[in-house]
Ligand binder design. Structure first.
Ligand code: KG4
Ligand code: ZN
Length: 348
């Protein structure tokens, strides 16, 4: 198939995003509607609210994306949608919309795995961003966000080995839960990051789960419990004065575990290219320490601009475009799935 431009839809969690990407990996427009205000009163993403909000935002965003790009449906040769994994009610809005647009506009469409989007995000380019030198296969990709903490060995386009992932909470989810517990506002990660800047990261020794285990899995629920136990012993005044130390020590525990496992994989597998992606890649301490470790270990570190690290339709568009051009398509039997498909990633 010769697909030149796709319109892509991403609704796997709480961001409605639509983009147009072409076969030179160029992002013409990528627009997102943020739902933070909807979820703020609950200090976390409420799946039902997320799904409802997508239904309100999605079609207007499709129109806006086309008009801002000065492109028309005639210029679009395929439609791409995230169909898995994550919140089914949210994914459903995107999937049903993509299927309907495909029928009405008579274009091929494909449902793709959200995580493949994160893995391929560094290849995107736009007027302000292009990789200095293309990241070469094989590389390691650590996807860290509110929904996932997974480490992949990316052999080539379409061949991804899942090395390990969280067995309970995702790293971003842990940040969000700490913020909720300390009443720091939503979304929690950026607030914890900001408050941690004034704290002492050695003030508390929080657990580093699974760090000595001979695998690449992560676990963050024990960390959350450890902080809660610590905070329960404190008065409101102490919590207030210790807040920055708590945030800094908590953040350090997460960053430490992520980087120990990531660089251990790099060393053991002899892979000297690393991609950091997902919303948590915005974390200042993670970025800083990853850069230091990369320099020390002579590893090339790639962190795409934040707009392509957080959930966005551009990465979904690129993934789907590559797949459509390999001759793959979905049909009207496609449905949303909370999990990845068996063939998406393989495990040794
Ligand atoms: O990739 P993303 O936009 O959406 C998904 O969850 O898939 O990631 C959002 C997550 C949230 O959990 C948010 O708290 C976290 O990324 N996050 C951060 C920071 N900025 C966003 N976590 C730690 N430090 C940050 N600076
Ligand atoms: Zn994501």
């Amino acid at each position: 198939m010769d697909v030149k431009k796709v319109l892509a839809i991403e609704t796997s969690c709480d961001d409605t995003s639509v983009a147009i990407v072409d076969n030179t990996r160029f992002v013409h427009v990528c627009l997102s509607a943020n739902q933070d205000l909807d979820h703020k009163p609950f200090a976390g993403v409420v799946p039902e609210i997320a799904g409802r909000s997508h239904t309100l935002s999605l079609l207007p965003l499709v129109d806006k994306t086309l008009s801002q790009s000065n492109l028309h449906w005639d210029d679009i040769s395929g439609i791409v949608v995230t169909s898995r994994p994550r919140l089914v009610g949210s994914l459903m809005v995107g999937v049903v919309t993509a299927k309907t647009l495909s029928m009405v506009k008579n274009k091929p469409f494909i449902g793709v795995n959200h995580l493949e989007g994160h893995i391929l995000a560094p290849f995107l380019r736009d007027n302000d961003y292009e990789m200095d030198a293309p990241i070469e296969f094989p590389y390691l990709a650590l996807a860290v966000s509110g929904g996932h903490t997974s480490l992949y060995l990316v052999h080539e386009f379409g061949r991804y080995e899942l090395l390990g992932r969280t067995i309970d909470d995702a790293a971003g989810e842990a940040f969000d839960k700490l913020a909720k517990f300390l009443r720091l506002g939503f979304p929690g990660g950026p607030n914890v990051d900001r408050i941690a800047q004034n704290g002492n990261k050695s003030a508390y020794q929080f657990p580093r789960a699974l760090v000595r285990e001979d695998n690449y899995n992560f676990s963050f629920s024990g960390l959350k419990t450890a902080v809660m136990r610590e905070v329960e012993k404190m008065s409101d005044f102490q919590i207030q004065t210790q807040q920055s130390d708590l945030c800094a020590s908590f953040q350090e525990a997460i960053v430490d575990v992520l980087l120990v496992k990531l660089f251990r994989a790099s060393k053991r597998l002899g892979i000297s290219k690393i991609l950091l992606t997902g919303g948590v890649a915005a974390n200042s301490s993670l970025r800083e320490q990853a850069k230091l470790k990369a320099d020390k270990n002579k590893v090339e570190l790639y962190i795409p601009p934040l707009r392509y690290c957080t959930d966005n339709a551009a990465m979904i568009g690129l993934t789907g475009l590559l797949r459509l051009n390999k001759g793959e398509t979905s049909n009207q039997s496609l449905g949303p799935s909370p999990r990845s498909f068996e063939g998406d990633f393989y495990v040794q």
